[in-house]
Design a protein around this ligand. Structure first.
Ligand code: GDD
Ligand code: MG
Length: 326
């Protein structure tokens, strides 16, 4: 069958203080009253017969709550004791069903406009996956972002895959016109994915299998999980496999990764900001800005963050420092 594997393991550190360990960004009900997790579930339901959540011990109750809200009663779950990155997370999913299952792997924290373009891309990806390919979705790049993977492609043929290039390289990629942003969604048969993983990262394959084999209910053992090398699927498989294909993703897509993308999204929704582009998120308190432009003020119960929109990537460092100081 076709399974929507929903990866829900990240903490969303660049969205602190909105996003917290106890409530990562995919569970924030700030998108037309829905969470990104709920939207993901609903968007993919019509393409898949099954839903499998690969989450962790800190967030699986939040996932269950969202599934319930989305009206989904039947789903499977695999609950990680500690995050071991996406290569392992997808391997668990692949071990858990039939080798011929089609895995449609999606992050839980992206905002995507469902519709004709989305359906066409997903259906084409499923078709290519049935034929034995590992399928990526390529978006037309808007800027030389360094937080994304880049796919060099000629139609559906992939020439190369480069995860998170440095800035000068990303600039060359975007200028060339031959590169696409990797959307972070993948589609392949379970057995094809596992074959490629075993070929390129045998240790990840073996240690993930060992951990999977000692599942207790839906829970993975911490001790066995810690032995799995932490590497993302992009480095482990996508940069190396010759079974890779790309379908072009002509739909609206945003990786709600930073306050800059949240700002962009809210602006498009007609959310208020002042004449100089300053925006307030999270409070009804009357707020004024003077002498500031493109500033975002985020107000939560126990923390306030004030940032220049252009510095949105630096919030991650704040989060990491606070974690260290805890
Ligand atoms: N279950 C589980 N376990 N999920 C995980 C883990 C883990 O250990 N680590 C990450 N995830 C989930 C995240 O919650 C997210 O939904 C998805 O897997 C991708 O992880 P990110 O950490 O957000 O990856 P990224 O944004 O740096 O890069 C990926 O996405 C980009 C597009 O947004 C790559 O695929 C890039 O190539 C791509 O451009
Ligand atoms: Mg991401």
């Amino acid at each position: 069958s076709i399974i929507n594997v929903i990866l829900s393991g990240g903490v969303g550190s660049r969205l602190w203080p909105l996003s917290r360990k106890s409530r990562p960004k995919q569970y924030l009900p700030i998108f037309e009253g829905e969470t990104l997790f709920q939207k993901t579930v609903r968007r993919n339901q019509s393409f898949c017969q099954e839903i499998l959540i690969v989450g962790n011990k800190d967030n699986y109750l939040l996932s269950r709550k969202d599934l319930n809200k989305a009206g989904v009663a039947h789903y499977r779950e695999i609950i990680e004791a500690c995050p071991r990155n996406t290569a392992a997370a997808i391997a668990f999913a692949a071990f858990s069903g039939d080798p011929r299952d089609i895995l449609f792997v999606t992050p839980s924290d992206h905002l995507i406009q469902p519709g004709k373009a989305y359906s066409e891309a997903v259906n084409r990806a499923i078709q290519l996956a049935v034929e034995g390919h590992v399928v990526t979705f390529g978006l037309t790049p808007k800027s030389p972002e360094t937080g994304f993977g880049y796919i060099e492609a000629n139609g559906e043929e992939v020439v190369s895959f480069r995860e998170k290039p440095d800035r000068p390289t990303a600039e060359v990629f975007v200028k060339s016109g031959d590169f696409f942003w990797n959307s972070g969604m993948f589609c392949s048969r379970a057995e094809v994915f596992l074959h490629e993983l075993a070929k390129y990262e045998p240790e990840v394959y073996e240690k993930s299998l060992e951990a999977f084999n000692s599942l207790e209910g839906a829970f993975l053992s911490e001790e066995l999980s810690l032995a799995i090398p932490s590497i993302s699927v992009d480095y482990a498989v996508m940069e190396r496999t010759d079974k890779i294909k790309m379908v072009s993703a002509a739909f609206d897509w945003s990786d709600m990764g930073s306050f800059e993308s949240i700002y962009q999204y809210l602006s498009e929704q007609g959310y208020p900001k002042d004449d100089l582009g300053n925006m307030v998120i999270g409070t009804d308190l009357h707020t004024e800005f003077t002498g500031l432009t493109n500033t975002i003020l985020i107000h939560t119960e126990d923390a306030i963050l004030v940032l220049q929109k252009e510095n949105a990537q630096e919030v991650k460092q704040i989060y990491e420092r606070l974690e260290r100081e805890k």
